[in-house]
Design a protein. Sequence first.
Length: 140
Amino acid sequence: MTIESGVGGVALLVGRLLFGGFLAFSGVNHFTNADQMAGYAESKGVPLPEFGVVATGVMLVGGGVGIVLGAYPVVAAGTLATFFLVVTPLMHDFWAVPDEQQQDEMTQFTKNAELLGASLVFLALGDQTWAFAVNVGLWL
């Protein structure tokens, strides 16, 4: 099956640009704000927080760029899904924070859950040819 023409192809392209581009940008923030993010990760009990921030930045940039380009989409979407499955309950544990932090953490948790859902959609589409994509690594 291919998603190459018409409204579906354009919609998929715009979705890829928004979804992948946003996540790649978020990953770049892991590098530009590494100290702040490592401090937050440390406060959440993450072991080796500096390494964790860099590793998750690589996951977000790599996964996001892969979705934008349509390169190794199964690997890209799988990497993003793994990121959201691990990071969401660890970093946004709204059930375990003081009352004044619960709403912010719940907002971040639900946003990440939505992004996990989108990652899974891209994972499901990963073996198909996409419009306006490099379409390499489709079966990995």
